[in-house]
Ligand binder design. Structure first.
Ligand code: DGT
Ligand code: CA
Ligand code: CA
Ligand code: ZN
Length: 577
């Protein structure tokens, strides 16, 4: 059964294909409206029968039948028929930034463009500017979109990748119950974006490959072999499935988890010890006897190393630490007792104060800080001093009323372009916790941005720097700022840096968090939740922290409430340089 998001995506694709084909606009619109309806529907469309579907606005008999077919079989005869008229690669064009179905239709009809390659050729030959109403500017935009795509080369956010891979693995387990399916590659290492999905099938027969390419979310088969197959999933994910013999489980897990640099270093270490390491096992070079391979631990052990957690396998310092049996005991999500960054309906959150508090308590959090926006963020209905203090009074009243959780009255205060805080000093001093964040003028020169943030770090009421670089993964590079300078200043003032858990932020990045730890800066991991459901996002901040090599002691919000509070900058006067 397809979920609503998958149904919406397919209906939208059908609308696009109809448009490329030049079909009747009413039909196109009907599919688009149905796609929107599917995307927004609260109930699962797959659970509705035909009459129930027809009762929905804009869904006639024909569409109801199509949606039923899609929801129950995962396939759509309409979509498949349309795709016989075009090469499947035409769908890649629709995923380009700023290229809509109308443009694709014209490029196809007038220039015969049917893939990214033929599009690029047409643009390079200057044939697009010659089309009516297109011009050299449009041609330039298309080349830029192609370049952008090249740069991200079809990468995906970690959280999306984990979800997509999880659904596939669950389905595969249902199809082949005795087989062990293990996600490996960048996903297992928790890399912030993943290029593809790599899965091992341990102990399966070759039939599993035939099953795999039949997955209802598979859009195209890219390769179908005895031991390896690849498909392109809807949404643009490539997924590789590899067959692994049980005795090679450990070796394959190790090899395909990577990273490549970690593997190469490990292989060199094996060679130096007279051993040969590959995806099948670890062998003595002299006589080819097998030394290890059924478990990962066995391989690391035979090389004189402690088992390295996947998040650390990036060829940084992990092999030296593994050799000294001095790897950090990485923090786990369950170690987090508090969440210090969240919004409510008072500004741009979707759930009110009380709902956020109750949800946090239900998750077992011991303490939270309510940190709505400050006035500069007018779009988010940010708080001025008067509202900030009134909101704080309500938070404190609720804190007195609610058992089982401590609620701090905080704020996420903007750092203005010149480095001043967005709210008056005496207001900030009256709050329990202040996060200082940059939300505007992100394009400043490096020196200007660095000075701006240094001023915030020096402000006596600032406890935490929020999402320090402002990056949005796959969309916007972080601001230009000398992070090392900021880290050294934060260490001097006792200001903490946040690891923001929003799936497209993950800011600080793992390498910045690693540097912060090395320089003695305290870190916090927060959700930046704008709704109760987002409180669970701390999972992703925890992955970043693990990749940074952080232990429980490096993160302030693993401490019990009183110890946490005592560690905040505002309660440590005299920490300044
Ligand atoms: P991605 O897909 O770009 O997010 O990153 P990975 O790390 O998942 O890379 P991928 O999918 O190309 O390969 C999966 C793993 O297979 C990789 O992390 C290490 C291993 N691997 C791939 N190619 C090589 C290679 O040439 N040498 C070695 N030693 N390992 C390799
Ligand atoms: Ca991969
Ligand atoms: Ca791969
Ligand atoms: Zn923010």
């Amino acid at each position: 059964m397809l979920d609503n998001a998958a149904i919406a995506r397919t209906l939208g694709e059908i609308a696009d294909l109809l448009e490329i084909k030049g079909e009747n606009p009413f039909k196109i619109r009907a599919y688009r409206m149905a796609a929107d309806l599917a995307a927004d529907a609260a109930e699962s469309l797959a659970a509705l029968d035909e009459p129930a579907l027809r009762a929905l606005p804009g869904i006639g008999k024909d569409l109801a039948t199509r949606i039923r077919e899609l929801a129950t079989t995962g396939r759509s005869a309409v979509r498949e028929a349309l795709l016989t008229e075009f090469p499947e690669t035409i769908l890649d064009l629709l995923r380009l930034q700023g290229v809509g179905p109308k443009t694709v239709a014209r490029l196809h009809q007038e220039l015969g463009v049917d893939s990214l390659a033929t599009l690029e050729q047409a643009a390079r030959d200057g044939r697009i500017r010659g089309m009516k109403g297109m011009g050299a500017r449009k041609e330039q935009l298309i080349l830029k979109a192609l370049e952008e795509r090249q740069r991200h080369a079809g990468r995906h956010l970690l959280a999306d990748t984990v979800e997509t891979a999880g659904a596939l693995v669950a389905w595969l387990r249902g199809q082949a119950p005795g087989v062990e399916f293990l996600p490996v590659g960048s996903l297992r290492r928790g890399v912030e974006t993943c290029g593809d999905i790599d899965i091992l099938a341990v102990g399966a027969s070759a039939d599993v490959m035939g099953t795999f390419v039949q997955y209802e979310q598979a859009e195209r088969t890219l390769g179908h072999g005895e031991t390896k197959s690849s498909v392109l999933l809807r949404g643009g994910y490539q997924c590789d499935l590899r067959l692994v013999a049980p005795e090679s489980r450990g070796a394959a897990l190790q090899y395909f988890t990577g990273s490549k640099a970690h593997n190469i270093a490990l292989r060199d270490r094996a060679i130096a010890a007279g051993l040969r390491l590959n995806e099948y096992g670890l062998y003595r070079t002299a006589d080819d006897t097998r030394v290890a391979g059924d478990t990962e631990e066995g391989i690391y052990d035979a090389l004189g190393l402690a088992w390295v957690p996947p998040e650390l396998r990036e060829f940084r310092d992990e092999l030296a630490l593994a050799e000294a049996h001095a790897l950090p005991v990485l923090l786990e999500e369950g170690d987090l007792r508090g969440d210090l960054h969240m919004h409510t309906t008072e500004t741009d959150g979707r759930d009110d104060l009380e709902s956020m508090v109750r949800a946090a308590r239900a998750l077992g959090l011991e303490y939270i800080a309510i940190t709505d926006h400050s006035q500069a963020l007018a779009m988010a209905n940010g708080l001025d001093e008067r509202r900030a203090l009134a909101h704080a009074a309500r938070v404190r009243a609720l804190n007195d009323r609610v058992e089982g959780i401590h609620v701090l009255a905080g704020i996420e205060c903007d750092i203005l372009p010149d480095g001043r805080m967005d709210l008056a000093d005496d207001c900030l001093a009256q709050l329990d916790l202040v996060i200082a964040s940059v939300h505007s003028a992100l394009h400043q020169e490096e020196a200007e941005m660095t000075d701006r943030m240094l001023r915030a770090i020096a402000h006596p009421s600032v406890d935490i720097i929020g999402h320090a670089t402002g990056r949005l993964l796959l969309k916007r590079a972080g601001s230009r700022v000398r992070i090392e300078t900021l880290i050294d200043a934060a260490a001097a003032y006792g200001v903490a840096f946040e690891i923001n858990s929003q799936v497209d932020r993950l800011d600080l990045s793992d390498s910045h968090a690693r540097l912060a730890r090395a320089r003695g800066v305290p870190l916090v991991i927060s959700s930046d939740a704008h709704a109760v459901g987002a409180l669970a996002l701390r999972r992703w901040g925890t992955v970043v922290a693990r990749r940074a090599g952080l232990t429980r002691d490096d993160v302030l919000n693993t401490r019990p409430f009183e110890a946490f509070r005592a560690a905040l900058r505002r309660h440590r006067p005299g920490a300044a340089v």
